[in-house]
Design a protein. Structure first.
Length: 356
């Protein structure tokens, strides 16, 4: 089974490479060093088709072209640099790359997974802030949006303490996603470049986040709360937003940078590969009164099963000695839906079980 699964994963990887359709790509090297543009209303595009928008409060000064620059980065080439505004200017400075919906609609048949990747430099803001209890911290965001400005998925960095989060849209609400595998917050070193990857899987209504250098790999369900008859397919990608929010930092305006932006349409995401493994397992009976059996016919060894309730709380942890069939006693658990996180020698999967 191990060789078979490895073969399937390898074939999916190379299939993606063969059929990947690049919809947008920009490394900024062909653009001129200096101002991105002059129009702060978002009406006329600047270099590389990037639009500038500002949402600035009072007191001003207003932003200048120096807040939006093409710069040369040592050992990297040209990059897109965005510098925030000083204290008192509550709002956003924003760069947008638009027109993604037309590119997405023209994709090849079956390429229903959008892969967004970029290199992000998080700046060097010091670990202090003077926000009151009623003010929000300030941060920078790189995200994909769909029709009507609806968030698809993105990353957010809080400059005051190095907190790095992901964001998704469940349809009627937006959710913050902690990026550590155990559900805790991720704090990253500053003044560093990070390669970020997002897979928006329109087949499975899921988003997968990756930060390869940090070993981050997180998957979440999206748009499951859309009002009927709307579905996720009604929200194709529309634009990239790269923005920075400032409101209460004194004497500091951080600069964040972007490079190697790429959007592709592919057939499979990492979610699809995990689903292959999950399909090998059976749970019975389901719904269950007392004992549920987890089994497979492919000699996949089960090492651990963690039982979560629907609110994400750990109920029980069971450890096994490399068995392909195990049993869990759920007799004393309350009726409801539980998620079984099953760790195997081939990877980790999640299965749902209903306790009667």
């Amino acid at each position: 089974m191990k060789q078979q699964l490895f073969y399937i994963i390898t074939m999916l990887f190379f299939t993606n490479l063969m059929i990947a359709q690049v919809l947008y790509e920009e490394n900024f090297d062909l653009l001129m060093t200096g101002d991105v543009g002059q129009d702060f209303t978002g009406t006329v595009s600047g270099q590389g088709g990037w639009y500038i928008e500002t949402f600035i409060g009072t007191p001003q000064p207003a932003p200048t072209p120096l807040n939006f620059q093409i710069e040369t980065e040592p050992r990297r080439g040209k990059v897109l640099a965005l510098t925030g505004m000083p204290v008192g200017n509550v709002g956003f400075v924003n760069l947008e790359q638009r027109g993604l919906e037309t590119r997405w609609i023209s994709r090849d048949w079956g390429n229903n997974v959008l892969k967004f990747e970029c290199d992000f430099f998080n700046g060097d803001a010091p670990n202090f802030h003077t926000c009151s209890s009623t003010e929000e911290p300030f941060g920078s965001v790189i995200a994909l949006y769909g029709r009507k400005g609806k968030l698809l998925a993105g990353f957010g960095f809080w400059h005051k303490d190095g907190l790095f989060l992901a964001g998704i849209n469940r349809g009627t609400m937006q959710n913050i996603v902690p990026l550590n595998s155990n559900g805790t917050d991720l704090f990253i070193p500053k003044n560093e470049w990070y390669h970020l990857v997002i897979y928006v899987d329109y087949n499975n209504a899921q988003v997968h986040f990756e930060i390869p250098s940090l070993g981050i790999s997180v998957t979440k369900i999206v748009f499951d709360l859309l009002p009927l008859p709307e579905t996720m397919e009604d929200y194709p990608p529309s634009f990239i937003s790269f923005h920075s929010k400032n409101n209460c930092m004194v004497q500091y305006t951080p600069t964040v940078k972007l490079d190697n932006v790429k959007i592709s349409a592919i057939k499979y995401s990492p979610v699809s590969i995990v689903d292959i493994l999950a399909s090998k397992f059976n749970l019975y009976p389901n719904p269950v009164d007392d004992v549920v059996t987890i089994s497979n016919k492919e000699n996949i060894n089960i090492e651990e099963v963690i039982v979560y309730n629907i609110n994400g709380k750990i109920i029980k942890t069971h450890t096994f000695h490399y068995q392909d069939t195990v049993q869990l006693n759920m007799q004393e658990m309350q009726a409801g839906v539980y998620l079984l996180h099953i760790k195997t020698n081939q990877g980790e999967i999640v299965k749902k079980v209903i306790k009667k």
